[in-house]
Design a protein around this ligand. Sequence first.
Ligand SMILES: Cc1cc2nc3c(=O)[nH]c(=O)nc-3n(C[C@H](O)[C@H](O)[C@H](O)COP(=O)(O)OP(=O)(O)OC[C@H]3O[C@@H](n4cnc5c(N)ncnc54)[C@H](O)[C@@H]3O)c2cc1C
Length: 417
Amino acid sequence: MAAAQSFDVIVAGAGIAGASLALELAHGGLDVALIDPQPFAAQVAPTFDGRASAIAYSSFRAWDVVGVGEALRPNAQRIEQILVTDGRSAGAASGPPSPAFLRFDAAEIADRSDGEPLGYMLENRHIRAALAAAVTASPIALMAPARVESVAFEAADARVRLADGAELTAPLVVGAEGRGSVVRREAGIGVVGWDYPQKGVVATVRLERPHQGVAYEHFLPAGPFAILPLTDQRASLVWTERIAAADALAAAAPEAFRSLLQRRFGDFVGRVEVEGPTFVYPLALQLAEALTAPRAALVGDAAHGIHPIAGQGLNLGLKDAAALAEVVVDARRRGEDLGAETVLARYAAWRRFDNVALAAATDAFNRLFSNDHPALRLVRDAGMALVNRIGPARRFFMQEAGGAVGDLPRLLRGEAL
Ligand SMILES: Cc1cc2nc3c(=O)[nH]c(=O)nc-3n(C[C@H](O)[C@H](O)[C@H](O)COP(=O)(O)OP(=O)(O)OC[C@H]3O[C@@H](n4cnc5c(N)ncnc54)[C@H](O)[C@@H]3O)c2cc1C
């Protein structure tokens, strides 16, 4: 049998979190292997991932540092305003009269954010294409299609076995393979969580009238209905519904789906036309019981899958990547063992609170808003009205959404490693 190839870090999973991490580690001078059963060509196909992501401006800075920002910019729609409303019925997404609303405006924090928007909306297929081009042009050893099948954690290094029998070794293996992480399983890290009685229906629509960079999140009893602005007068729609209703929506004939959508939107953006396929995503909360084990670290959905109510799941994964890259690159400069528990403990301490806090907050938000209980409606509407009236509270939420608070990794401040 051929000798095992060795690397500084093996990253399992070349999704958006894993590919970003691999680029960041390579930017820091490390020798990286990146493994995925899905070749990049499959990941950018229009039928692979219909989602668009709200990317915090701090996450975008990290992509700028590793050289993918330029390719993404033409496809990035600035989010200038976020309008959150609480409603009861279809068509109410057309705006007033709504009992309560919250308005976040990028101009209000322009002095602190250097004029950056609240975030950027980017279609996942464009993010995947830009990352794929950068990885392909880098010295990263890309292995795709290839699947991590098992990992043996040994005293001096970790030994990864691929489905075709090939073996790789490195002092550190990172699980970035999403919710079904093999590295997590092999490291003996358990998960906690539950399924939501909801699914997310995702579609891209063309709008007759301009959206002017406004993102709408409208809370309806079955779950949030979000209209997120995209470039070229289009929007990404995330329609959260109870499971049976979501399945029925996805199975509806195109014209029936369009007219249901039009009723939900109301007429404030004019006629809406659906472009491309409709996607349905099951929703669940899943938190790994630990972020690290000896010679193993988890990033992205492998570590935490959260409700998309706040559009923060991927941002958490990108923050994980930026923090882990900084910890590992600094450890190399100090001559430390990259997979040592003392090194990985720095990463876990840095990311644990943020991940758990956001998972809990999105779960609580979903429970608070996805119902029509009169007392809860009263509480949440009062809360929204209060935040809306208090400038500092509003500005806090905006900076939080922009990801520019707390102890930020250097990459998220736009600095090289
Ligand atoms: C409806 C919806 C809307 C969302 N909207 C937003 C948003 O607006 N903003 C936001 O920040 N987040 C959003 N999210 C969350 C976001 O989409 C996820 O958090 C993100 O896609 C996770 O990326 P990842 O790279 O961690 O994992 P994944 O995308 O799951 O990637 C995992 C990769 O690992 C590979 N893999 C699997 N098994 C193996 C193996 N054995 N060996 C090697 N590789 C393997 C897979 O092929 C895949 O490429 C949304 C989620 C949903 C469901």
